[in-house]
Design a protein around this ligand. Sequence first.
Ligand code: HGY
Ligand code: MN
Ligand code: MN
Length: 443
Amino acid sequence: MNKRPVLFIFICLGIFFFCQAISPAQESDNPYQKLRVNSMRIEQRILKLAEFGRNPEGGVSRVAFSEADIQGRNYAMSLMKEAGLKVRIDEAGNIIGRREGSNPELPPILFGSHLDSVPNGGKYDGSLGVIGAIECVQVFQENGIITRHPLEVVVFSDEEGGLVGSRAMIGRLTPEALEVVSLGGMTIRQGIQAIGGSPDKLSQVRRQKGDIKAFLEIHIEQGSLLESKTIDIGVVEGIVGINWWEVTIEGFSNHAGTTPMDRRQDALLAAAHLIIAVNRVVTSVPGRQVGTVGRIKADPGAPNVIPGRVVMSLELRDLSAEKIYSLYGKIEEEAKAIAEKTDTKIMFSPIEAAAVPAPTDPRVRKVVADSARELGLTSILMPSGAGHDAQEMAKIAPAGMIFVPSVGGISHSPREFTRTKDMVNGVNVLLKTILKIDRGALD
Ligand code: HGY
Ligand code: MN
Ligand code: MN
């Protein structure tokens, strides 16, 4: 008998079983290959959420701890419960919705974002990350999918005031930071109390390295790279560091009619010089660093009085902390010269809200990029110029971010807009990424 065909069949069978053995994740992915999120539900929920704090320009003013913030949070909690999550507010005011997995030994996969906005902001910043996270769990529930890992949807408190909830979660929210006045006028301590947290028990929210399997956040890009290159998904490689200072300029308030121009100590004039100097210093070296003076208050604030005191903000951002401090050093030098020239005093005081630059986890980036590809979407690796809770979470867990295009690159504005199809693409990538991580993609 010719043994060749038999041998051939055995070899084929051997190859078949070998392939089965080395690709269990791919095989077990198959039942969910067709799983997709609900486009209409995402759009409707984003619009419904935008009713809380809606402003006349069509965006939202839902600064942290405001009535609108609390209403938005209540709405999100109702959606979380509808998706079968067990909901609680932690001591830092973060909302946590948990769904148990099949293996209680495993750490949870966390995903989410924030609901608070800047004053006069848009409807997508943060909201997409929350609505998208709840959507994924709802799809799991509707399809009877029980993950191995527990899942936790997180709504971080006061993101825009300096990543408050996520800093607390990694143990970086200091007692000094609790006394910082947030965008709505309350101190962070008062605000956390107002939304149901306990600022004196922050140690209870702290999670350690190893406590979290992965942290994922989907967000609008807030810039124009994806739109200009016609790319569906941004795989975030790192998130910029952000440093804030309060700058106080002391001059002398005097009569605006009788004080000659050469005898003035005009704090607002000094501020004007300093603002121009910030722009000059930040643009004097190559790179993507940015610097902004976004808030200024002059006292006493009358047309016929020379401003004797100015308080303004300074913000610097870059992917390198060294660069931020080197720029800050140059700005301080310029400030000294300006103070001398204008006969004023200029003082810088760091605000306890700094976010350090954070790379995302290369393994998570790969899972996000693979998920996008399997969905037939294009993707690109890109940095984030905006700050995100993911940069805090990256210090204790493998973290990843999924960006979707912002029309015109506009954000922190009522004109912020992201198309439903782009949001849905991103949430589908999130869904796939969660499932892949659950089934061992990071192991
Ligand atoms: O300010 C930021 O970068 C973010 O939107 N919180
Ligand atoms: Mn924002
Ligand atoms: Mn945001």
